[in-house]
Write a protein that binds this ligand. Structure first.
Ligand SMILES: Nc1ncnc2c1ncn2[C@@H]1O[C@H](COP(=O)(O)OP(=O)(O)OP(=O)(O)O)[C@@H](O)[C@H]1O
Ligand SMILES: [Mg+2]
Length: 394
């Protein structure tokens, strides 16, 4: 199954491009599900059809659903979230992790992930296309399963010990009953399932932008964050391109956009950059959306396999000072000032522009110290040398 997550800055045309891609793909004979996570119901407006929380067939091979944020889940997530925050804040987890609490997302976001996972697991679809929230929320969402699993693996043992041994109150944290333990355990298992889906080789992210400097700058930062978290960016869609010709105002916009388009091509080497014209009217309804889709993918397959995700590359490179290892990670567009590196036990903590990734170090590097790092040609290099305290000497 192919899972395509469509994101981009607010208002650039994510919903329109998600629907256009889905309409075209269904027309090509695939069984397609279009999922919206937007509470504003824009997808229903774009399709001009009411949607519910279960898939509704809106055309041959094309179904759509609107993730429903049920009140009951909202409440139970609020309780769980409060509990996790209190527990971490009370000192169970180190300061770095506690700082991360601010990024715990809301119920809608979790529900969206779980709904997508359920649909993917149903076996009903060849393709699931998700009309995501604007970039920042989407990135938070994509990072969530891994981050939350990391906490849970540390919290749960502590929690169980506390429940068993220490009574209902510890350090100001009120311990809930076993129901919460079960809920946290279940959520953990579900998030692992979501993570497996996000890591699947059929899953990719498609970025929508407009040909404007500010929008491109954000898209470049998004591309960096996606790589940081190991997600695959499969292509870029530049929307609202103003056709040239006509009056001076229109000519000026067309020229400015053409210049930005060159920048877009240079920013995403090796990736298809697709284009959509600024239409004279809002594209509403399936025929209009399918026409955009046909134009968008006239030179390429909307389901082309995504490029492989970039993995950590570790090399042994001894030099005159002795044993040495280098770890490489591509970080396109990242600027030196935005990158922070720290070591926490067996993990490397990499922060890029406010997004943090914990990278589990391979065995050999756990016995090393970080002795240097640099960022050149869109690639981070971290130098490790054996830690004499941990390295067996013969
Ligand atoms: N190429 C286009 N030509 C004309 N109108 C367009 C085009 N693309 C999108 N629109 C219109 O622009 C508006 C915003 O588009 P859309 O809802 O797809 O953006 P979005 O990125 O999903 O927004 P949000 O961030 O609010 O979810 C809609 O009214 C849509 O019909
Ligand atoms: Mg939208």
């Amino acid at each position: 199954m192919r899972l395509i997550l469509i994101t981009g800055k607010g208002g650039v045309g994510k919903t329109t491009m998600a629907a256009a891609s889905a309409a075209l793909t269904a027309g090509q004979g695939q069984k397609v599900l279009l999922v919206s996570t937007d509470r504003a119901h824009s997808l229903a407006d774009a399709l001009d059809t009411p949607l519910g929380s279960e898939p509704v067939e809106i055309d041959a091979g094309l179904s759509a659903l609107q993730v429903d944020t049920q009140a009951s889940f909202q409440q139970s997530w609020a309780v769980l979230r409060r509990y996790l925050v209190d527990l971490l804040g009370s000192g169970g987890v180190d300061a770095m992790a506690a700082e991360e609490l601010t990024v715990l997302p809301g119920a809608e976001e979790i529900l969206a992930l779980l709904a997508v996972r359920d649909q993917a697991a149903s076996g009903r679809w060849d393709v699931v296309i998700v009309d995501c929230a604007p970039t920042a929320e989407t990135l938070r969402l994509l990072a969530l399963p891994r981050a939350l699993s990391w906490y849970m693996e540390r919290i749960l043992p502590t929690h169980r010990r506390m429940v068993r041994g220490l009574g209902p109150l510890l350090g100001g944290v009120t311990l809930p009953g076993d129901g919460v333990t079960e809920a946290v355990t279940q959520l953990h298992a579900e998030l692992l399932g979501v993570q497996a889906l996000l890591d699947d080789h059929g899953t990719s992210v498609r970025l929508v932008l407009t040909a404007e400097a500010v929008v491109l700058a954000e898209a470049r930062r998004t591309a960096t964050s996606l790589v940081l978290f190991g997600h695959r960016l499969d292509s870029v869609i530049v929307n609202r391109l103003i056709p040239g010709g006509g009056d001076a105002w229109r000519e000026a916009w067309a020229a400015a956009q053409a210049a930005q388009l060159t920048e877009v091509e240079a920013s995403f080497p090796g990736l298809p950059v697709r284009r959509a014209a600024y239409l004279a009217a809002e594209p509403v309804g399936l025929p209009a959306l399918a026409a955009i889709g046909a134009d968008l993918y006239r030179n390429g397959d909307p389901l082309a396999p995504p490029p492989p995700s970039v993995a950590l590359d570790v090399r042994r490179t001894p030099d005159q000072d002795g044993e040495r290892f280098e770890l490489f990670l591509p970080l396109p567009h990242a600027e030196r000032e935005a990158v922070q590196l720290a070591r926490s036990g067996d993990e490397l903590v990499l922060t890029v522009g406010g997004y943090r990734r914990l990278l589990a170090l391979p065995g050999v590097l756990r016995r090393c110290r970080v002795t240097g790092s640099d960022l050149a040609g869109g690639r981070l290099r971290v130098v490790f040398r054996p830690d004499p305290d941990l390295w067996p000497t013969s």
